[in-house]
Design a protein around this ligand. Structure first.
Ligand code: SAH
Length: 214
């Protein structure tokens, strides 16, 4: 077996062993190579199940966490999805394989610009990336079938709850500190929201406002 094929097999094995079992999610993660989303030195480590630095002081999430969050989101092919926290664009690329349309926002202009370049290079035409403060959601495109937040807030932001369709699902990390956070799944029904605490996670914080160019 070639080195590349072996690396891919190990990558998929690591995902399964951490609980990523949904076959559509695994197929998407098999298809979308993580390396193009990591610039510079760290791209060599793209197939390790580790978060890695991506610039602007941010990180690309650990693949197994991407898989588990995507799985918890229960995306269907007709869904319109909002991701808050584009970062490298890797999570959005995985979502693009499962959903009809993906909107993704980040407060760092540079990360949005770089992610767009990768989406274009990989011909992922159903993703639209914006520079915006995602804690306000994306009112012009709302409501959404699914919302995924990849930065941690103390509580689910009100505007995001409001922009979730009835029957919709939002997955997000919540926590009072940088170190103790839980992944939460919120389902909206006719009369309110159900909350489901799923597992401990660790994400960078959701920060208000657009970042100043560095
Ligand atoms: N999903 C990314 C990793 C996210 S890291 C990936 O697949 O690579 C978290 C990202 O959330 C960072 O890029 C950070 O800039 C962004 N972020 C933090 N607060 C935000 C906010 N209020 N609005 C939009 N993006 C935010």
């Amino acid at each position: 077996m070639s080195d590349a094929a072996e690396r891919k097999m190990q990558f998929l094995y690591a995902l399964r062993s951490k609980g990523v079992t949904d076959k559509h999610v695994l197929t998407a993660m098999e298809k979308i190579d993580r390396a193009p989303f990591i610039r510079g030195l760290f791209s060599e480590r793209a197939y390790e199940d580790m978060p890695l630095p991506i610039g602007c002081g941010q990180t690309i999430s650990q693949p197994s966490v991407v898989g588990l969050m995507t799985q918890a989101l229960e995306v269907s092919p007709r869904d319109k999805v909002l991701e808050v926290g584009t970062g490298s664009g890797y999570q959005a690329a995985i979502l693009s394989q499962l959903a009809r349309r993906v909107y993704t926002v980040d407060r760092h202009r540079r990360l949005v610009r770089e992610a767009r370049e990768v989406f274009e290079a990989l011909d992922l035409t159903n993703i639209t990336a914006f520079t915006a403060d995602g804690s306000h959601g994306l009112p012009d495109q709302a409501p959404f079938d699914r919302i995924l937040v990849t930065a941690a807030a103390e509580d689910p932001p009100g505007p995001l709850l409001a922009q979730l369709k009835i029957g919709g699902i939002m997955v997000l990390p919540v926590g009072q500190s940088d170190t103790v956070q839980s992944m939460i799944r919120v389902r909206r029904h006719e009369t309110g929201f159900d909350y489901d605490e799923m597992r401990p996670v660790r994400f960078v914080p959701l920060v208000e406002g657009i970042a100043r160019e560095t």
